[in-house]
Design a protein around this ligand. Structure first.
Ligand SMILES: NC(=O)C1=CN([C@@H]2O[C@H](COP(=O)(O)OP(=O)(O)OC[C@H]3O[C@@H](n4cnc5c(N)ncnc54)[C@H](O)[C@@H]3O)[C@@H](O)[C@H]2O)C=CC1
Ligand SMILES: O=C(O)C(=O)CO
Length: 324
């Protein structure tokens, strides 16, 4: 008999077929208590779980006593209780690498869009305001040769450093828990403490995972250390930033602008003050959202679950200690 799995995300037809070749699949819309109660038998017997953007905590695991592996269609796994999974011997698989270049492109988009005010002035054109030669009130600031600081020098941080160094001749600073030799050797990136990075960067680019250590790492004190001309970019996770402190810093002129792909609450509420500020570019968490990359992430997640349930895990495992 094939193992049973719960699927809580839509998949392209060919990937669904691949999953169904290996498993008996129960498709659900979400992991809410109501959905779990409605499909109680399927959850109770499932050995695998595949999807994204839903909380997987002890309360859910209680309802899934047969679970052996979870596979998320994302690299970030802050919505999983990793300790609870590990204690129960359940593998957590994720999708690093396949999205790295796409997310770095998104970050560069935010750098360019905020510095050159691309969305703001395009809206003015659409509103019929381009009626003569443009003046300084339409101008942006240069990106090339400015200093770009990266907080979170992992896979995506490194791909961003490559773009900044080779594409835009930007000196790169970074802060990390240890030196990143490859970033230093290939992209001339300079390690510095966070306060120095904040004080010297023209663009402060954050691509940190959300952990207890990184929650609200950026608040009033950090924005106060940045240049008044600095642009703040966040594509890691929203709660890494104290959003009210960011709004205050943008309103008071403490910093110049912000480009954001992630928010404390997603979807960002339509009445958020951020949306009223002309110096904010807000994207709907599209870091990895291209057709190619979203397909590759889904394929990676399907293969990860097959590998995990067949005992063939060699990569993409968050808690490999479960295997020992
Ligand atoms: N906006 C979007 O659509 C996307 C957002 N992400 C976010 O980006 C994050 C990073 O992804 P990757 O680069 O693939 O992960 P990674 O694990 O390669 O890089 C994360 C880096 O942050 C560093 N780090 C962790 N805590 C730190 C701290 N307290 N201080 C300084 N550095 C710290 C780690 O040492 C590591 O080098 C993900 O965890 C996810 O939250 C990832 C993909 C898409
Ligand atoms: O993979 C992630 O962590 C995302 O945020 C979406 O790609």
């Amino acid at each position: 008999m094939k193992p049973s799995v719960i699927l809580y995300k839509a998949l392209p037809d060919d990937l669904l077929a691949r999953l169904e070749h290996h498993f008996t699949v129960t498709r659900v819309d979400d992991l809410s208590p109501e959905t779990v109660a409605q499909h109680a038998d399927a959850f109770a017997s499932a050995e695998g779980l595949l999807g994204s953007s839903e909380k997987v905590d002890s309360a859910l695991l209680e309802k899934m006593p047969g679970l052996r592996a979870t596979s998320t269609v994302s690299v970030g796994y802050d919505n999983f209780d990793v300790d609870a999974l590990t204690q129960r011997g359940i593998l957590l698989m994720h999708t690093p690498t396949v999205l790295t270049e796409t997310v770095a492109d998104t970050m560069m988009t935010l750098v360019l869009a905020t510095a050159r005010r691309a969305l703001e002035v395009a809206d003015r054109v659409k509103n019929g305001e381009w009626t003569g030669s443009i003046g300084p009130d339409w101008f942006g600031i240069d990106v090339h040769h400015k200093t770009l600081g990266i907080v979170g020098m992992g896979r995506i941080g490194l791909a961003l450093a490559q773009r900044a160094h080779f594409g835009f001749s930007m000196p790169v600073l970074y802060n990390a828990r240890s030196h990143h030799r490859e970033a230093e050797e290939r992209f001339n990136a300079r390690y510095c403490d966070l306060d120095t990075l904040l004080a010297e960067s023209d663009f402060v680019c954050v691509v940190l995972p959300l952990t207890e250590e990184t929650r609200h790492k950026f608040g009033k004190a950090q924005f106060a250390r940045m240049k008044n001309s600095a642009i703040f970019i966040n594509a890691g996770r929203g709660p890494v930033v104290d959003e009210q402190a960011l709004i205050d810093a943008l309103k008071s002129g403490e910093i110049h602008a912000a480009g954001l792909d992630v928010f404390e609450q997603e979807p960002l509420p339509a009445d958020s003050e951020l949306l009223k500020l002309p110096n904010v570019v807000a994207l709907p968490h599209i870091g990895s959202a291209t057709h190619e990359t979203r397909y590759n992430m889904a394929a990676c997640a399907v293969d990860n679950l097959i590998d995990a349930l067949q005992g063939k895990v060699e990569k993409n495992c968050v808690n490999p200690q479960v295997l020992k």
